[in-house]
Design a protein around this ligand. Structure first.
Ligand SMILES: CC(C)(COP(=O)(O)OP(=O)(O)OC[C@H]1O[C@@H](n2cnc3c(N)ncnc32)[C@H](O)[C@@H]1OP(=O)(O)O)[C@@H](O)C(=O)NCCC(=O)NCCS
Length: 183
């Protein structure tokens, strides 16, 4: 599908462009951001960003995943990412992922982005279930999901490898019927 542009008051969710490569590279390579992103190459280089952007376009064309950038409305720069990965059009579910540049943490940007993404998931994609895996030690991400109504469903033991160590993850999910659309 052609990825839509989802306009928020402070940020916009949009398709990534090749010219976003430098912003993605600069923000993701920060160890404070990379720390909880086991699927992202570590260390991260510019080629990783270039390859990633091309992959997001292929996946959207095949409707297997929808990866967006978070653009800061005033700075006009990509400052983060939001994804539905592993979208299953039979079971109507998808895996949520996100990250934000460290200098913008705790300003409510990912909350705003998440509301736009959940609206898109439940209303446009017609998903029934959105789920996320979060490292047991990633308390900020757990608090974010809980704030938006996600429920913790269980623990996946030693389910991800970060820095050559095995970590447990929590599985969180939100069902369409539990979702409260923004007023
Ligand atoms: C997790 C992350 C995306 C949060 O983004 P953010 O824009 O700072 O989050 P928000 O400002 O919207 O915060 C929403 C809620 O999340 C929780 N939260 C966010 N950061 C937190 C922190 N450092 N400590 C505790 N709770 C936190 C709070 O409940 C917060 O609500 P409040 O500010 O009203 O208390 C960001 O810290 C990040 O990119 N981390 C590294 C990558 C990552 O962990 N990705 C997720 C992998 S599962």
């Amino acid at each position: 599908m052609q990825l839509p542009t989802l306009k928020g008051s402070r940020i916009t969710i949009r398709r990534l462009k090749r010219s976003d490569c430098e912003s993605i590279y600069v923000h993701i390579k920060d160890p404070r951001v990379l720390r909880y992103l086991p699927a992202v190459p570590n260390p991260y280089n510019r080629d990783d960003a270039r390859t990633w952007i091309a992959l997001t376009h292929r996946k959207a064309r095949r409707d297997t995943a929808y990866h967006f950038g978070i653009e800061h409305n005033q700075e006009r720069e990509i400052i983060g990412g939001m994804s539905f990965n592993e979208v299953n059009h039979h079971d109507l579910d998808g895996e949520l992922g996100y990250w934000l540049a460290h200098r913008h943490w705790r300003k409510g940007y990912v909350s705003e982005a998440l509301r736009l993404m959940l609206d898109f998931a439940f209303k446009e994609l017609k998903l029934r279930r959105v789920y996320a895996f979060v490292a047991v030690s990633n308390r900020p991400s757990q608090a974010l999901l809980e704030k938006h109504g996600f429920r913790r469903e269980g623990t996946l033991r030693q389910s991800c490898r970060m820095k050559n160590r095995w970590h447990d993850e929590y599985l969180y999910a939100l069902l369409r019927g539990e979702y409260q659309a923004p007023a």
